[in-house]
Design a protein around this ligand. Structure first.
Ligand code: AHR
Length: 643
C-alpha cells in the first residue's frame, strides 16, 4: 500500500515537472505594425502613382503646399488659356477642390497639367497602367483629352485619347501600356479643344498590384511584408490613430467607400493622407497575407503631444465632448459590425457592397494608443469598453499603457487595465540594444492572472546586425513568456528614402527598390518558425559563461509537428549549446538551419541589400547533440517531424 502511494506520488511529480517544462503559447505571437509614417501609405504601399490626385494638398499640411503641389501648368504647343482651383461644385463635398482648365487656344498640343508623382512616376516596359479621371464639361462641346506618360527627355512612353462627353461629373478610365522602363516619368493630361473643363481625381495605378486588387498595393512592397508571414497586422498606427488635435483623429468611416468620397486629411507625421489606403484595403491586405486584422481606434482623446513645435494646430490631449461620446461609441461598434456582421446588417451590407460579403473575422481591437492616462482618458475608455464587451464578448479588447517600458503612464495604465479586467494591454518601448539584452527576464514574473500583453511597438535603436541579434535574444524571452505575451510587433515597418521621420525602421524603400534590414530577417526567422507550445528543458548552454548574451528557446508547431530551436549569441566569441530532443516523438533527424550572422556593425543598404541575410543549409540532428553558434548570430534549427 505504502509502495503504491509512493509510486503514485512519483508519477504525479514527474507529470507535473513535465507539464511545467512544456506550456501552450500564443500561436499569434509575431505580427506586423503598419503605421502611415515615413510615407508608408501614400507614395509607399498604396500603389497610386499620382501625387495630390484630387488637388487637396493645402498649406495647413506644409506651408509650401497647395492644390497645385506636384502639378505643373503646361502649354507646350503655343496653346493658351488659364487654369483655376474651384470648390463650388465638386465631385463630392468630402473632396472639395478641383481644377478648371479654360482652353482659349489649343495650339499644337492643347493645354493642361503635368503630375510628377511621388519623386517621379516609375514605369516598366510592357506593363499596363490603369488611368482614371473625373471630368465635367463646363463650356463648349466635347473636348478631346490626351493623356501621356512621358520620360525625362520628353519621350512618350504610352498614351491614350478620348473625348469628354458629359456636363456632369463622369469618371473616364483607360489602360496605358508602357513602351520603356523609366524611374521617373510624368503624367500629362492635355485638353485639345476650346472650352472649359473641370478635372478631379486623376489616378494612375500599375495593373500589377499585390494580388491584382484594384485600388491596390505596390506588389513588391506588399510581398516583402507578406513574406514575414505575420500572424496579425496592426493598423493604422501609432500616434496617427489619436491624431494631432481632436479634428485630426483617424476616423475609420472616413476611409471606406468610393475613394473620391473619402475624407482626406493632414497626417500627424506632416504630410497628406488620401485615405485611398483605408479600412477596406487594410482588412483585405490582412486577409491576402493570412494575417489577423488588428485595428486600433482612438479612445476619444487626441494625442497629448498635439501642437508640439513640429505639429501644426494641435491642442494637447483633448477629449471628444461627452455629448458626442455616445455617437463615438457607436462608431466603434459599427466597425465591429462592418468587419464581422452579416450582409443583412447595416454595416455588414457596406462591407459586402465594397466586394467582401464574407466576414473579415475580426478578433482583436485596440482602443487607444500611448494615451496619457488621465481622468478624461479613463472615462472614455470605459464608455467604449463597457459597451463592446457586452455586445461583442468574443472580441479581445487591447488597452494602452503609455509610450515607455515603465513610468507613470505605464503604471497607471496597468492599474486601470487590471481594475477594468481589460483582456490585453499594449506596451511600447524603443530602447538601446543593451537594454533588450539585459531585460530578457521582464515577462518571467508577470502575473499570469492579470491582463495579457501585446508588445505593440518595440525596436532597439538601430539597424545593425547587433541590433537585430539583441532583438532576437529578446524575442526568445517573448516565446518563453508566450503564455502572457500574446502578440508582438516591431515598429515602424516601412520608411521611404528621403521621407523618413523616424529611424530605425524595418524595411526601407524608394520608388523602385527595397532593402530589408537585419531586423527584418530576425523578425522573419521567428515568424516563419513560430510554434504553439514552448519547451523549457531542451536547450542548455555548455559554457560556464552562460549570461544574458546567450539566449535560446524551443517551440513545437502542432500543425507540422516540427520542433524549432533558436540559439542567440550576442557576444563576441562563439558559444556551444547542448540539445536534448529525446522527449519528442515523431521527430526525424532531418533539420534545416538558418543562420543570421556577421560583423556587429554590419547593415544593409540600397547599394548592398544582401550584406546581411540568413544563410540556409541542411543539418542532421541526433536525439542529443551540441551546436556551436557564431558570435553575433541567430541560429534557427528546424527539426522536421516524421508525421
Ligand atoms: O512607431 C512610431 C511612433 O512611436 C508611433 O506612432 C507611436 O505610437 C510611438 O511613439
Amino acid at each position: 500500500m505504502r509502495i503504491k502511494s509512493l509510486l503514485f506520488l512519483f508519477v504525479l511529480t514527474c507529470l507535473t515537472l513535465q507539464a511545467q517544462q512544456k506550456k501552450q503559447i500564443s500561436p499569434d505571437l509575431i505580427g506586423v505594425f503598419f503605421e502611415d509614417i515615413n510615407y508608408a501609405a501614400d507614395g509607399g504601399l498604396y500603389a497610386e502613382l499620382i501625387q495630390n490626385r484630387s488637388f487637396e494638398y493645402n498649406p495647413a499640411e506644409r506651408k509650401s503646399w497647395n492644390s497645385f503641389t506636384a502639378w505643373e501648368y503646361v502649354t507646350e504647343g503655343y496653346g493658351y488659356g488659364n487654369i483655376s482651383v474651384e470648390t463650388s461644385s465638386p465631385v463630392h463635398p468630402n473632396n472639395p477642390h478641383y481644377v478648371v482648365i479654360n482652353v482659349e487656344e489649343t495650339g499644337l498640343n492643347g493645354i493642361g497639367l503635368k503630375n510628377q508623382g511621388f519623386d517621379g512616376i516609375p514605369v516598366k516596359a510592357g506593363e499596363k497602367y490603369q488611368f482614371s479621371i473625373f471630368l465635367k464639361q463646363l463650356e463648349g462641346i466635347s473636348i478631346p483629352i490626351n493623356v501621356k506618360l512621358i520620360g525625362k527627355k520628353g519621350t512618350v512612353l504610352g498614351e491614350v485619347s478620348f473625348n469628354s462627353d458629359s456636363k456632369e461629373w463622369k469618371k473616364y478610365q483607360s489602360e496605358i501600356t508602357v513602351s520603356e522602363t523609366q524611374d521617373s516619368a510624368s503624367l500629362l493630361v492635355l485638353a485639345k479643344g476650346k472650352g472649359k473643363i473641370a478635372i478631379d481625381n486623376v489616378s494612375l495605378f500599375p495593373q500589377n498590384t499585390f494580388k491584382n486588387r484594384s485600388n491596390g498595393l505596390r506588389a513588391d512592397l506588399a510581398q516583402t511584408i507578406a513574406d514575414l508571414k505575420p500572424k496579425f497586422m496592426r493598423f493604422p498606427g501609432g500616434c496617427l490613430v489619436h491624431g494631432d488635435g481632436l479634428g485630426n483623429m483617424y476616423r475609420w468611416k472616413n476611409t471606406i467607400g468610393p475613394v473620391e468620397q473619402r475624407i482626406e486629411q493632414r497626417n500627424i507625421w506632416g504630410y497628406h493622407q488620401t485615405a485611398g489606403l483605408g479600412y477596406f484595403e487594410y482588412f483585405q491586405f490582412c486577409e491576402d497575407m493570412g494575417a489577423k486584422p488588428l485595428p486600433v481606434v482612438p479612445v476619444g482623446v487626441s494625442c497629448q503631444n498635439s501642437g508640439g513645435t513640429w505639429r501644426i494646430g494641435g491642442t494637447g490631449q483633448k477629449g471628444i465632448p461627452q455629448a458626442q461620446m455616445p455617437d463615438y461609441v457607436q462608431e466603434v461598434l459599427d466597425l465591429i459590425e462592418w468587419a464581422n456582421g452579416p450582409v443583412s446588417s447595416t454595416w455588414g451590407a457596406k462591407r459586402a457592397e465594397a466586394g467582401h460579403p464574407k466576414s473579415f473575422n475580426l478578433e482583436y481591437i485596440g482602443i487607444g494608443n500611448e494615451d496619457k492616462i488621465t481622468p478624461e482618458f479613463k472615462e472614455r475608455f470605459k464608455m467604449i469598453y463597457d459597451v463592446v464587451k457586452v455586445k461583442y464578448p468574443h472580441i479581445k479588447v487591447i488597452g494602452t499603457v503609455g509610450p515607455a517600458p515603465d513610468g507613470d503612464d505605464f503604471e497607471q495604465g496597468w492599474k486601470f487595465a487590471n481594475q477594468e479586467n481589460v483582456p490585453m494591454v499594449d506596451e511600447h518601448y524603443y530602447m538601446k540594444p543593451t537594454w533588450f539584452i539585459a531585460n530578457q527576464k521582464r515577462y518571467d514574473t508577470y502575473d499570469r492572472t492579470k491582463s495579457k500583453v501585446y508588445l505593440g511597438e518595440y525596436a532597439s535603436q538601430g539597424n545593425t546586425l547587433f541590433n537585430a541579434i539583441a532583438e532576437a535574444a529578446y524575442i526568445t524571452s517573448l516565446e518563453r513568456n508566450g503564455d502572457v505575451v500574446q502578440l508582438a510587433s516591431y515598429a515602424p515597418l516601412l520608411a521611404k528614402a528621403g521621407h523618413t521621420q523616424w529611424n530605425p525602421d524595418m524595411i526601407y524603400f524608394n520608388n523602385t527598390s527595397i532593402y530589408k534590414t537585419p531586423n527584418y530577417y530576425a523578425q522573419q526567422l521567428f515568424s516563419v518558425n513560430h510554434g504553439d507550445s514552448y519547451y523549457q528543458n531542451v536547450i542548455a548552454p555548455v559554457t560556464s559563461r552562460a549570461d544574458s548574451t546567450m539566449a535560446y528557446s524551443c517551440v513545437r508547431d502542432s500543425k507540422s509537428g516540427d520542433v524549432v530551436l533558436k540559439l542567440v549569441n550576442c557576444g563576441k566569441t562563439a558559444q556551444k549549446f547542448k540539445i536534448d530532443l529525446s522527449q519528442f516523438k515523431n521527430l526525424g533527424n532531418k533539420a534545416i538551419v538558418s543562420v543570421l550572422s556577421g560583423a556587429a556593425e554590419a547593415k544593409n543598404s540600397f547599394e548592398n541589400p544582401n550584406n546581411i541575410a540568413p544563410v540556409i543549409s541542411d543539418f542532421k540532428a541526433g536525439k542529443n547533440f551540441s551546436y556551436n553558434v557564431q558570435p553575433i548570430s541567430l541560429t534557427v534549427i528546424r527539426v522536421k517531424s516524421t508525421k
